[in-house]
Design a protein around this ligand. Sequence first.
Ligand code: ZN
Length: 492
Amino acid sequence: MANALESLKDRLFDVNALNVAAVIMDWDQQTYMPKQGSDARAEHMSILSRMAHEMFVADDTQRWTESAQPTSEDDEALIRIVKRQLLLKTKLPSRLVEEKMKASVLGHEAWVNARANNDFNAFAPVLEKLFDLSREEAECYGYSDDIYTALLDIYEEGATAGEVRTMFDAIKGPQVELVKAIAAQGPVDDSFLHGEWDTAAQQKLTLHYVKAIGFDLERGRQDTAPHPFCTTFSVNDVRLTTRFKPYLPSSIFGSLHEAGHGLYEQGSPKAWDRTPLAGGVSLGVHESQSRLWENLVGRSRAFWEWGYGDLQNAFPALKDHSLDKFLKAVNRVQPSFIRVEADELTYNLHIIIRFEIESAVLKGELAVKDIPDAWNAKYEEYLGITPKTDSEGCLQDVHWSMGSIGYFPTYTMGNLLSYQIWAAMQADLGDLDALIAVGDFAPILNWLQTKIYRQGSKFPPKELIASVTGKPMGAEDYLAGLGAKYRNLYGI
Ligand code: ZN
């Protein structure tokens, strides 16, 4: 008789194959699938997801997990992860799982239409249902301090609502101050980056940059999608997407962002492939890597000292604009309505607003029908602007329509962690700008691979962060780094 550990691993490979089939279908849907394919695709994917779920929570998977005898640290970690996933997945009655899946399919459809027609009322009943189901889900998981914690923990193991509040309290004041000081400098002209840019040239250039930072194109590729994302089929097959808009930085920084996710995924040990040990450990840590490569590397002066010449050669119109001007333009700070287009500095204010609203609705302190008013009041309070429509206000993000409630704070965690990890790397490697300025990204990538990427999901996020940076997640490196960067850039 095969031992329990081997049987468990075989089961995990089976579950992985079904999941990956669904992931490939999803990637295809977002890149190449003809529009009319969506109905059948939704059926195919939901059947595969159900099969994977049933196979994973089956009695024998649970039995093998309980009786497996780990003989290595890696196997111990594997069993810990599987136990946590089983706990999360088996705590929900299957009626709730099905209801949630149905509500999120309907929710997504209702949201697409509501956003197109600027009609929040049409979306409200579905959203109310999604919040009800999330509340029920949180009750199933259980929590001690705050209902929000139960949902947040799905995305960021061990994080609590209290920690999120502390994090936001620490950054809110200094960020609003800095935004004001920058605004007092007058507007930055980035009009020269708007316009039509040759798509083939952008394609070539973005590939050049992602390859330069170390993304392995023999083990991945880049395609285009309306909303850029990164997805993993295996350690040796990681897919990036980017988009081409009439604003040149969109594809460049979109590509660098997704390549940051991709580098993390490509860095998992081959031996862990197709198991839950491979891949990024949490949404917050994952986002720290996309933001690190996008902002700390990609938006630095050093990066463009190295890379601006190539950009100017690809787009000769840029030869009329100095490096200084370009650098200021791609780091332009400007309160705006749309989160995904927000600059590095105002981005977190968008997240705080979503967190405060989610939390209030979950606790019954805010009715779903009152979300638009609450949303607009908070945009006025934090960013000094009021959305003219709900489409550019509370209807802009996809997350709630899919029932992803409790997810947003991980974006801000990623921002904080990117600076905290950067500070730790700088302490080890010294002058990082000197490396970047000559296009020598290998020492940076090697450091991240050793400390983070090769650890996959082996350690819980808090443990990983403490071992990489020597302390728990905090705001000090982030605030110090951002302050220095923008004071430098604006001479304030
Ligand atoms: Zn990301």
